[in-house]
Design a protein around this ligand. Sequence first.
Ligand SMILES: Nc1nc2c(ncn2[C@@H]2O[C@H](COP(=O)(O)OP(=O)(O)O)[C@@H](O)[C@H]2O)c(=O)[nH]1
Ligand SMILES: [Mg+2]
Length: 342
Amino acid sequence: MKIGLVGYPGSGKTTVFSALTGLEVETGYGGGKAHLGTVKVPDPRVDALASLYTPKKTTYAEVTFSDLAGGHEGLDRAVLNQMRPLDALCQVVRAFPDASGDPADPLAEIEGLRTETILADLEVVENRIERLRKDRSAPGELALLERLGGELEAERALRDVELGPEEQRIVSGFTFLSQKPLLLVLNVPEDRVGEDAPAEVAEAAAANGLGLVVLSAQVEMEIAQMDDDDQREFLESLGLGEPARFRFIRAAYELCDLIAMLTAGPDECRSWPVARGTPAPQAAGKIHSDIERGFIRAEVVAYDDLVALGSEAKCRDAGKLRVEGKNYVIEDGDVVHFRFNV
Ligand SMILES: Nc1nc2c(ncn2[C@@H]2O[C@H](COP(=O)(O)OP(=O)(O)O)[C@@H](O)[C@H]2O)c(=O)[nH]1
Ligand SMILES: [Mg+2]
């Protein structure tokens, strides 16, 4: 899963990237390089399992963030095209006055990216329609694209257009930008970290059906560079339980429609990223292809039950340990042992 930090120049993308990854990369207008970094997804459930099992190793799910190159002129085609291979987009929106004193206009940035992605998609749709009208090879696809073209002209993002499974299949090859899951990240001034988003920004997010995370990239970067004790002390002084970037990483993870499958034992406690709706054998295949091939059954306890009762043995006694077959769909927070045979 690759999640892109996108947005206007100077909105704070590279600063957010540094805060997330701990990598020191050049910010500001000199920082025109693309960066990739892998980040652990903080999950208190994994921490709780680790204190229950005291395993040799504790492993969190990971996601990869990319900070796109260039874009000094705004959201030009080169920048938009870099978004195509990404699974999801997080738009960093500037809400702090920049060094030149330029006031922030978060609504204009949100509307700007929306418009640019819709226009880029419309261009792709129109080119394809023209081709299909000439060669008459795919009437079904033509009809679908004409419908999507109408939606885009009416300024609707494709993520808001309902598609059947077959339509979804046709559309998936186009890497439409306005169809990608999108999360808004409002980058606020240092003295507003504890506050809610301004009402008009919250309303814009809600109207577009988008998630919204408020943080200060500057503050998050400073926190990320402190040692653990200083971090804890600093967060307490701000009245915060955890850095805002943890909330952001979890929201970005959920944006990709990933859930956490948990495994626990004396060797390792671990969270595995699994696409929502994955049946047990395929989920087991994330751990090892042998387990998928030789899948017999999954023994499952819900995380909440395990933590409430304190051990798998107690879950078994209380009838909370379920034995599931190959059609079982893994749920978020399932703690699983797979039985298999190779
Ligand atoms: N005051 C303040 N400055 C920030 C914040 N985030 C980024 N900046 C500054 O804004 C400038 C542009 O940031 P950068 O991360 O390079 O933006 P990008 O062009 O979106 O990658 C840099 O000088 C940053 O130090 C913030 O939260 N507060
Ligand atoms: Mg940058």
